[in-house]
Ligand binder design. Structure first.
Ligand code: NAD
Length: 488
């Protein structure tokens, strides 16, 4: 069993407080690693290393071409140990191996995407009403603190680090205290490829203390956060200390809208995949299924017929389609919502309990759960449960579907199922969400922007938009007149 250290200033370092945290496999409770339970001093050391690397280190003088090549090497490093990383991801956060393999491949692709983009970051020249050469340059923001959640550990690290490094920033990444292992393996790739010291630092530890220091420390120029909306509010407040730039990727309670003219088989699959991929621990999960009344019965029956195919088990066991939840505490939270749904009068169609097989008793499993007869005012329809719980609500018209879809404080993602292209476009235009899928659910592309309307966040990750969040914009005006200003 390995004990990991923090990766600060190009070196492995133990926490100054000497505390360790045990990391357990949520699928069977086994102790799999120990990591540093870092305190504020550790984070300060990482911030100082990043500050030094940005202000006087070689990174800002490294050409965009060379920064891009370094990101390509990181992508290669990830691919070279893809299997090991995927298995580690399964053991740390519980997801089925096939999903982890996809995440690891996508993390490598993300570094490659931004490696290619590094040389395409450019400014522009403007026509101004003066004899002046006026142009805009894009520059790195500086030192970026990056805080990520536990549901897609390596992928979230890639979404944060790749654009920031491509743009020439120096970073301190704090993974979730529960799932730090693949980010620490990524740090080892940084070491192997000799990324200059201080350019990317990985510090493990809790939100209280370590995360707060990153958010409030005035040597940090920008904070990028992915996590819950409640924490997001704290991050905004903390970042106010020195008016840090912020980008926030927060929660969701996403509508998946099925019209009567949809392909039934495809929408049954899409409803289940939208709700239950990654155990439903997905910010963009289609956790609110909105169904046109006339097909409600067929859709529900179709879903129930397929539920037995969602095999629960340890993510490394063959054929498993749903793993454990991340922790006992989180399972308690999900189970409390199931109780709440029953007390609110929703009709439990399936699941709602822990699976029976005794070999699953040491993991934090909950069966895929579907509630029917859910009304929009019920808390199970309004609050993010972040587990395998799907609510079903019916509608009678397109107008009502749009109203229900938008009846939420969140605005991350939405699904629309119909074979009528005009209707698909009409509804997509009216849905207040940053991501809309039509006749599909969950595909995520490095090339496309990711982020939310309303309380689902601020800013965008991925694509060209993602790198913008790590750039300042500067105008430069060169006077071409030989004569003085002549005002006085
Ligand atoms: P969380 O908000 O509890 O924690 C996220 C991170 O913030 C962790 O690293 C944690 O240590 C840190 N943190 C906690 N309190 C902090 C504080 N006061 N100051 C600084 N850092 C602090 O979220 P979670 O439970 O890890 O993840 C689940 C949430 O993440 C869900 O709400 C989900 O929707 C959201 N999420 C959003 C996206 C997106 O792209 N929009 C993606 C994945 C997850």
């Amino acid at each position: 069993m390995k004990t990991y250290e923090n990766y600060i200033d190009g070196k492995w370092q133990s926490s100054r407080g000497g505390k360790l945290r045990e990391i357990h496999d949520p699928g069977n409770g086994e102790l799999i690693a120990k990591v540093q339970e870092s305190n504020r001093q550790d984070v300060v050391a990482a911030i100082q290393a990043a500050r030094k690397a940005f202000d006087s280190g070689p990174w800002r003088k490294t050409s965009a071409l060379d920064r891009g090549k370094i990101l390509f090497k990181i992508a290669e490093g990830i691919r070279a140990q893809a299997r090991k990383l995927a298995e580690l991801e399964v053991r740390n956060c519980g997801k089925p191996l096939a999903e982890a393999e996809f995440d690891i491949a996508d993390a490598a692709n993300c570094f490659e995407f931004y490696g290619g983009l590094a040389t395409k970051i450019h400014g522009e020249t403007m026509q101004v009403p003066a004899n002046s050469l006026s142009f805009v340059v894009r520059e790195p923001i500086g030192v970026c603190g990056q805080i990520i959640p536990w549901n897609y550990p390596l992928l979230m690290a890639a979404w944060k680090l790749a654009p920031a490094l491509a743009a020439g920033n120096c970073c301190i990444l704090k993974p979730s205290e529960m799932t730090p292992l693949t980010a620490l393996e990524l740090a080892d790739i940084f070491r192997q490829i000799e990324l200059p010291a201080g350019v990317a630092n990985i510090v493990t530890g809790p939100g209280a203390g370590a995360g707060e220091e990153l958010t409030t420390n005035t040597l940090v120029d920008k904070i990028a956060f992915t996590g819950g909306t409640v924490t997001g509010r704290k991050i905004m407040t903390g970042a106010a200390a020195n008016i840090k730039k912020i980008s926030l990727e927060l929660g969701g309670k996403n509508p998946n809208v099925v019209f009567a003219d949809a392909d039934l088989a495809a929408s049954i699959d899409g409803a289940l995949f939208g709700a239950f991929a990654n155990q439903g621990e997905v910010c963009s999960a289609g956790s609110r299924l909105l169904v046109e009344k006339s097909i409600h019965k067929q859709l529900v029956e179709g879903m129930l017929a397929k539920i037995p195919k969602i095999k629960l088990g340890h993510g490394l066991s063959p054929g498993v389609k749903m793993g454990p939840l991340i922790s006992a505490t989180h399972r308690d939270k999900v189970e409390s919502y199931i109780k709440l749904g029953l007390s609110e009068g929703a009709k439990l169609l399936c699941g709602g309990k822990r699976p029976e097989p005794s070999d699953l008793s040491t993991g934090y499993f909950v069966e895929p759960t579907i509630f029917d007869n859910v009304t929009p005012n019920m808390r199970i329809s309004r609050e993010e449960i972040f587990g395998p719980v799907l609510t079903v609500t019916t509608f009678s018209s397109e107008e009502e579907a749009v109203k229900l879809a938008n009846d939420t404080d969140y605005g991350l993602a939405a699904g629309i199922w119909t074979q009528n292209v005009q209707k698909a476009v009409r509804v997509a235009q009216q849905v207040r969400a940053g991501i809309v899928w039509v006749n599909t659910y969950h595909p995520t592309f490095n090339e496309m922007p990711w982020g939310g309307y309303k309380q689902s966040g601020i800013g965008r990750e991925l694509g060209l938009y993602g790198v913008d969040e790590y750039l300042e914009t500067k105008q430069v005006n060169i006077n071409l007149d030989e004569a003085p200003i002549g005002w006085y």
